[in-house]
Write a protein that binds this ligand. Structure first.
Ligand code: HEM
Length: 200
């Protein structure tokens, strides 16, 4: 595996560091946006490969995430997943979300909408926010070797900031959907109001 990044923002941090991370989760500087866009041009050429590496690593380091996936939960030999069409397709869907996020960095309100809806769909997939940080960490480990000497600590901070930004909003979407589901009263057929006018 050989990559020292752990789940983003998971371990308890000293106060100053925690404040920096909080700022990163709500803000990306213009410099960071430019760095992300520039590096994306290179990453883009290998998106299918990055998607697969990212998920195989995720399942190796956090097998509890694999259990959430109906398609992969029974696969014991993770090496088999490297050639799985299903994992390739799933990896590409996630990478295409990252591509859209990069494209929306200049219009953050559009990115917010996308990430909020994604968080809502993850409530329906039974994928809770406590796992989201792992994905950014695995993405970073997967793209480092592709960018070689162009990978810098500043670029790493920029990508971490993007993942923290997106996962913070995904979490909001997840919690919103959870609240909505809990607040939706279950009306039994006996209690359902009679339809007086069927045309309405
Ligand atoms: C940064 C974090 C993550 C991102 C950006 C992300 C992105 C996506 C995207 C784009 C899809 C395609 C379907 C859709 O648009 O709704 C998807 C599906 C899914 N994701 Fe995630 N995801 C993340 C984290 C996770 C984690 C940590 C898990 C599991 C623990 C997970 C479980 C799933 C499942 C079960 C599906 C549905 C798969 C299927 O179609 O069969 N996701 N995700």
């Amino acid at each position: 595996m050989g990559c020292a990044i752990s789940g983003l923002g998971l371990a308890p941090k000293p106060t100053a560091e925690a404040k920096d991370e909080e700022a990163a989760a709500t803000h990306l500087s213009e410099e960071q946006i430019d760095m992300i866009k520039e590096s994306w041009k290179v990453i883009q050429e290998d998106i299918a490969k990055v998607g697969i590496i990212m998920f195989v690593r995720l399942f190796e380091t956090h097998p509890e995430c694999k259990d959430v996936f109906f398609l992969f939960r029974d696969v014991e030999d993770l090496e088999r997943l490297r050639t799985s069409k299903e994992l390739r397709a799933h990896g590409l869907r996630v990478m295409s979300f990252i591509e859209k996020s990069v494209a929306r960095l200049d219009k953050l309100e559009r990115l917010d909408h996308l990430a909020l809806e994604l968080g809502k769909s993850h409530y329906r997939y039974n994928a809770p926010p406590k796992y989201y940080g792992y994905v950014g960490a695995e993405f970073i480990c997967a793209v480092q070797p592709i960018l070689k000497e162009n990978w810098t600590p500043e670029l790493e901070e920029a990508w971490k900031a993007l993942f923290m930004y997106v996962t913070r909003i995904m979490k909001q979407g997840y919690l919103e959907e959870e609240r909505n589901k809990h607040n939706t009263p279950v009306i039994s057929s006996k209690e359902k109001p009679e339809k007086k006018n069927p045309a309405l």
